[in-house]
Every structure is written in structure tokens, then in C-alpha cells.
Design a protein around this ligand. Structure first.
Ligand code: GDP
Length: 533
């Protein structure tokens, strides 16, 4: 290997920061995303994130649902640079029905920004997404948004985060009032005050640094000044930020601002640059041994956390999003799945704010899109040797089961293909009962079923309805003893089915039936999740 290559391997992963934004719908994720891209110079005019969305929507009609319901169904990757670092922002769908998809995306992120609406605090979806982050102890930076409006007292918000999320909370800044009385934000570490400057002729607001000792000049209201100085002293008593505690997911630093009015956004990006961890060692299994794959390891390796089909309807393509974990990837490389399937990666895509580009090389912390025709699935590990299998991305047992029914029964084969393809993409799950020819579709939320119906119509030209099947619940069944498992499967044919990977699934009429079966079959495990990787 020429020396310059190993140098790149030593330094490039350290420059990457992979993060996601988690928030309850309407807290300001889209606005914040856009203004982060603007502040970093990745895009040049507001509205471009949305505009890009529009362009995609014309390509695929199913996004109508996204528009109508004001939610973001598809996720993608946005890259921007700041402070000599490369940030990969993974967009997560916000709606609760998509928690499974979100979970997978979060497995590829090393850090998360949690956006709270100052007037609302922790909302139900914030909590759910936070719990997903906690499963992997992802470090979280909190951004309290919409400070241009009146909201809750910051002390109350901090207590709420402490109580509901069981996190240590350290304010890094302190706001001087909010809404119309807003005067600025002080940096609690440096003592510097960022004075809020009202819009100039261009309508731009800004935060201008002034020396902390001069702040008296910027308050026209003595009471407000006194209140602020007092609060600031109290805020310091939360203690010092501890980088290690943050990285272990126990402590969250808190920042304030307004995504819409564009203040506090640059400071948030600075915080990401300062605190978000670079790619870390990933747990994997290599030749039956537990190993840790370092970002600087030579063997190119990564895992697929998302598959998106039919991004371009004319090509019926699929793009697998591969999070690289090690090595120096080069365009044209042959990579192997842990099942020894070889994939030649001739046209890997790097995603930018607005554009896509062919990736000539990529490193740990990069996400590349691999166009393929269904060979790659969510959860697949890819590596040069084919010997690495990263620790699991689970499938979640569906909460909703539906029987797919076609208007035109002659098209059953087409439908099966469509359902299989959507299941491989991870939109929904597909179960085939052992008896009969039904196709049972499973989803975590009902919106997934709507999206699926719409996509089957626009992408496959099939009219399909979904009925309630006999079964309400699905559980993967496993046992340490293959013979016991086989006997169970044989004895319960009427309640058995297979998922898309051929794994046995117990289909029950109710949760009670599952409990009953569990009591009768103590050596069988009825699983609500299935590890895919
Ligand atoms: P998302 O659902 O979390 O992606 O939220 P959006 O970014 O779409 O924002 C939801 C609404 O809140 C939109 O009407 C935004 O214009 C508004 N919004 C976002 N950030 C701010 C802010 O800082 N201040 C105010 N006043 N409104 C905001």
C-alpha cells in the first residue's frame, strides 16, 4: 500500500461526524436542517431542502401522503463541512409509525441533536426517539428551539429533561428572556454575551458577541437585566460539562436558539464540531469471534441501514445506504456480504445537500448509496473479505397485520413481487402462512400500510386492499433445541408462517394466545424482535 493511502486511513475517519436530528413533528427539525446547511454554506438559499423534496415528489407520487400529512416519510443523507470536519446528517422520519425505520437510521448515527420546542418541552415522539437513542447510548445535544416566541422557563425545561429522560443536563448557554423581550444568549463557559440584533433591512437577525462585562449597555430594562444575571448564576450551578459522560450518553449539553430566525444555529454546529464523536469501533463477529472493527482497520467494511426502492421510477432501481465503518473504500471495489454474495460497487453515490455525486473514495463515517437490483437488504454487512458481520439491526414484531387482496386476482404474482420488494426495503414485513396462499403484511404503524398501498399503485400499477386477517399478532419463534422447534412448527401448522427470510413465525389471534402457547411450550422463545444482522 503506498504511504499516502495509509495516511488517509489514519486521518480521514477522524474528520467525519455522523449525526441525526430527533424531534417531535413541528418542533423545527426541517427548518433546523435547512439552516444548518445554509450556515455551513452547503446550500445558498432558504427553501432548497423543501425544493429538493418537491422535485422528488414529482418523481414518485406516493410522497403525496408525506405532503398531505405534513410528515417526512423517506430519509436521506445530507453532507456539509464546517471547521475542517465533514458532517453527515442522517434524516430520520418523524412520524411515530416509522419508528422502525428511524431506529435503523439511528444505528448508523454516532450522535443526535434533540430539538425541543421551547413552548412544548418533551413531547411523546421526542420521548420515543430518545428511548431509541438510549438503546445504544448515543450522545445527545439538546437544542431548545423557537426562542423568538414566549415559552417555558428554561429551568422548568431542564427539570423536565432530567425527570423524563433521566439525563444529567448541563446548560452551555443561558438566554436572556424569550419572545419579544429576548435580548441575547450568554455562553456560560466563556462568559461571552451574544447580543441579539434586531433584523436589518434584509430581515436578517443576528447574535453579535459583546464582552460579558458590557452587557449592561444592551438591556434597556433594569429588572430584566437583574433577572438574567441572577438566572445565569443559578444556571452555572448545574455544574461542568463532562465530555466522557456525554459520550457515554448520560449527559446532555443544552443550547438555545431559533431555527427559523437563524440564531443559535451556528453555535449549535460549533457544539457538534467540538463534542460529537468521530466514528468509533463497531462491534462485529468475524469468523465466529467477537471483534471490534476500528475505523482505521484496513478491510473496507460497513452495514446497510436503509434501502430505498424506486428512487427513480424509470429505472426501478434500489439504493442501499451503506454506513462505512472501516477501510478506504474505492469506487469499483468488490465487496462481499457475510453470506458471501459479491457486490461490485461501480456507481457508489455520495449525497450532498442538493446533489449526488459518484464516490471515488470514502471512509468510516461516510454513507454511500449503492444502486442494486434487490441484492442488498437492510442489515446486510459488506466487507472486502466477506467475513465481517456487524451486530444486529432488529426487525420489530408488527403491531398491525393485514391480508393483501387484489382487485384482479390474476396479478397475484406481481403483487407478491411488489410486497417482497417492499419487505426487502424494510417498509413493511411480509409473512406467508404455512396453509393457503394468503400474503400477510405486517407493520408497526398504520401509516406504513397507507404508504405501501400508494406505492403499490404508483410503482407497480396494482390496486390492492388490505383486510384484517384471522391473526392479530406475530412472533418469531426460536429454540435452543432445533428438534423441539421443528416439533412445535409441525404441530401448529395452522398458526405457522414464514417471514421473507424463511424464519418461522407464530401467527396468533391474540396476545393471549401467544401467552398460552408460551406456557405450553416453555422451550420455545416467542420473540418480538428479530436480529437482521
Ligand atoms: P418539523 O416537523 O420538526 O420538521 O418542523 P418544521 O421545521 O417543519 O417546523 C414546523 C413549524 O415551526 C414551521 O411552521 C416552522 O416555520 C416553525 N418553526 C421552526 N422553527 C421555528 C422557530 O425557531 N421559531 C418559530 N417562531 N417558528 C419556527
Amino acid at each position: 500500500m503506498p504511504p499516502f493511502m495509509s495516511n488517509a486511513l489514519q486521518t480521514e475517519p477522524g474528520k467525519r461526524r455522523v449525526f441525526a436530528i430527533i424531534s417531535h413533528p413541528d418542533a423545527g427539525k426541517t427548518t433546523l436542517t435547512e439552516n444548518m446547511l445554509l450556515a455551513s454554506g452547503a446550500i445558498h438559499a432558504a427553501g432548497q431542502v423543501a425544493a429538493r423534496g418537491e422535485a422528488r415528489r414529482t418523481q414518485s407520487d406516493w410522497m403525496k401522503i408525506e405532503q398531505e400529512r405534513g410528515i417526512s416519510v423517506s430519509s436521506s443523507v445530507m453532507t456539509f463541512e464546517h471547521a475542517d470536519l465533514i458532517f453527515n446528517l442522517l434524516d430520520t422520519p418523524g412520524h411515530e409509525d416509522f419508528s422502525e425505520d428511524t431506529y435503523r437510521t439511528l444505528t448508523a448515527a454516532d450522535c443526535a441533536v434533540m430539538v425541543l420546542d421551547v413552548a412544548k418541552g418533551i413531547e411523546p415522539q421526542t420521548l420515543k426517539l430518545f428511548e431509541v437513542c438510549r438503546l445504544r447510548d448515543i450522545p445527545i445535544i439538546t437544542f431548545i428551539n423557537k426562542l423568538d416566541r414566549e415559552g417555558h422557563d428554561p429551568f422548568e425545561l431542564i427539570s423536565e429533561i432530567q425527570d423524563k429522560l433521566a439525563l444529567d443536563v448541563i446548560p452551555m448557554q443561558w438566554p436572556a428572556a424569550s419572545g419579544r423581550r429576548f435580548k441575547g444568549i450568554s455562553d456560560l463557559r466563556t462568559g461571552q454575551f451574544l447580543r441579539f440584533v434586531k433584523p436589518d433591512d434584509d430581515g436578517e437577525h443576528s447574535l453579535t458577541p459583546v464582552d460579558g462585562t458590557d452587557i449592561v449597555d444592551h438591556f434597556d430594562d433594569d429588572d430584566l437585566l437583574e433577572e438574567f444575571l441572577e438566572e445565569q448564576e443559578l444556571a452555572k450551578e448545574y455544574g461542568e460539562f463532562n465530555a466522557q459522560s456525554f459520550r457515554e450518553g448520560h449527559m446532555t449539553p443544552v443550547y438555545f436558539g431559533s431555527a427559523l430566525r437563524k440564531f443559535g444555529v451556528r453555535e449549535l454546529i460549533d457544539a457538534l464540531a467540538e463534542f460529537a464523536p468521530p466514528p468509533q469501533a463497531e462491534k462485529a463477529v468475524k469468523a465466529g469471534q467477537d471483534v471490534e472493527i476500528l475505523p482505521t482497520s484496513k478491510d473496507v467494511a460497513g452495514f446497510v441501514f436503509k434501502v430505498q426502492a424506486n428512487m427513480d421510477l424509470n429505472h426501478r432501481d434500489r439504493v442501499a445506504f451503506l454506513r462505512l465503518c472501516s477501510g478506504e473504500f474505492k469506487r469499483g471495489m468488490k465487496l462481499k456480504t457475510a453470506e458471501n454474495k459479491t457486490i461490485s460497487v461501480h456507481n457508489p453515490i455520495l449525497f450532498f445537500a442538493q446533489d449526488r455525486e459518484l464516490a471515488e473514495n470514502a471512509y468510516a463515517g461516510d454513507v454511500i448509496g449503492i444502486p442494486n437490483h434487490g441484492a442488498l437488504r437492510v442489515g446486510d454487512s459488506l466487507s472486502e473479505t466477506g467475513k465481517i458481520k456487524f451486530a444486529g439491526i432488529p426487525n420489530f414484531a408488527p403491531e398491525i397485520l393485514r391480508r393483501a387482496r387484489l382487485a384482479d386476482p390474476l396479478k397475484a404474482k406481481h403483487l407478491r413481487k411488489a410486497l417482497e420488494s417492499l419487505a426487502e426495503e424494510g417498509v413493511t414485513q411480509l409473512f406467508k402462512p404455512s396453509l393457503g396462499a394468503d400474503m400477510i403484511v405486517g407493520a408497526v404503524g398504520s401509516l406504513q400500510i397507507d404508504v405501501m398501498r400508494e406505492r403499490i399503485k404508483t410503482e407497480y400499477g396494482l390496486e390492492v386492499t388490505f383486510e384484517s386477517p384471522l391473526y392479530q399478532t406475530a412472533r418469531w419463534v426460536t429454540s435452543d433445541n432445533p428438534e423441539i422447534l421443528k416439533a412445535f412448527v409441525d404441530k401448529n401448522t395452522a398458526n405457522m408462517g414464514e417471514d421473507i427470510d424463511g424464519a418461522p413465525v407464530f401467527l396468533a389471534k391474540s396476545a393471549w394466545d401467544v401467552g398460552y402457547a408460551q406456557d405450553k411450550n416453555p422451550d420455545i422463545r416467542f420473540m418480538t424482535t428479530k436480529e437482521r444482522r
